[in-house]
Design a protein around this ligand. Structure first.
Ligand code: ATR
Length: 289
């Protein structure tokens, strides 16, 4: 019998997960279907309960449900508990386990795609929203030496810095003013939506990354457009860059490995995601009449 996986979100039609997870499952010859499960808030409990059925392996969770699913699960991994958000659910014989692979996915993308070791490094994180939260906890868990958090609303940066500082890691964490000076850091990560397609901030950058120290790595978790203003400025200034797609792929790869026990075919996942993004870009460029 074909077993099931899916992504729970609302809206979820544009999620890339069915595209690259489906490609990975087919590549590995697994008889598992990965679907988009559009779930308005009123249906969330029913949808999550249905994951306990024996033919269901688990699910990804995306906007806006990453926090609201937490009380509906039976167990939480420590990292998911610390950040109060789940992006991966695994059905273990009817018991639902929640984990969060978003931050660890970025740490793995930094290592595999940029050759950057978080351990011992000095990090600047721009933004203090949901995405930043998962990332700063993962960076601290991966042994970052120090971390500065800059956010447009300073109170959120301060609250996040205080939260990570008390999470029991060796990382020194502080909130700094926004916009931040990127000078003196090994790595600068944009977790804000500034520069993202459809936000009205395309063409803007969350900091003047051209002032970063030579050799620094500039990372944007925004993947549409593929090259944001932040990344273009970084490249023009001779910095190394990592775009947003690798974090998306590696969070999926970690979930895939958790569900299936197979090593994720990361190259296949990248290829499927890139060709879908190119297809969508072509669609936008074509007059719809
Ligand atoms: P996510 O879960 O994607 O992180 P979020 O929790 O809404 O979404 O957080 C969005 C982040 O982008 C926040 O850090 C937000 O800053 P505020 O906390 O001040 O709202 C940041 N952000 C969004 N639009 C911004 C803008 N125009 N300029 C600067 N920061 C912006």
């Amino acid at each position: 019998m074909t077993r099931q996986l899916g992504v729970i979100g609302h809206p979820v039609a544009h999620s890339l997960s069915p595209v690259f997870q489906g490609a990975a499952l087919r590549h590995c010859g697994l008889d598992i279907r990965y679907e988009a499960w559009d779930t308005p808030h009123a249906d969330l409990r029913m949808r999550v309960d249905a994951l306990r059925e024996s033919g269901v392996i688990g699910a990804n969770v995306t906007i806006p449900h990453k926090e609201s699913v937490v009380p509906l699960l039976d167990e939480l991994e420590p990292q998911a508990r610390a950040i109060g958000a789940v992006n991966t659910i695994t059905n273990r014989d009817g018991r639902l386990e929640g984990s969060n692979t978003d931050g660890p996915g970025l740490v793995r993308a930094l290592d595999q795609e940029a050759g950057f070791a978080v351990s011992g490094s000095s990090m600047l994180v721009l933004g203090a929203g949901g995405a930043a939260r998962g990332i700063v906890h993962a960076l601290a868990a991966a042994g970052a030496r120090d971390m500065s958090i800059a956010n447009r609303s300073p109170a959120r940066a301060e609250a996040l810095a205080a939260e990570v500082a008390t999470a029991g890691h060796d990382t020194t964490v502080e909130a700094v003013a926004y916009p931040a000076s990127p000078s003196g850091f090994d790595c600068i990560i944009n977790t804000t939506s500034v520069g993202m397609l459809g936000t009205g901030t395309e063409g803007q950058s969350p900091c003047d990354v051209r002032l970063a120290s030579p050799g620094a790595l500039a990372v944007d978790i925004v993947y549409a457009p593929e090259v944001t203003r932040f990344l273009a400025d970084a490249t023009a200034a001779g910095l190394r860059t990592l775009p947003g797609l690798p974090m998306l792929i590696y969070q999926g790869a970690l979930a895939f490995e958790r569900w299936t026990g197979h090593e994720a075919p990361v190259g296949v996942m990248f290829e499927a995601a890139r060709s879908e993004l190119a297809r969508r870009a072509g669609e936008h460029a074509t007059p719809s009449s």
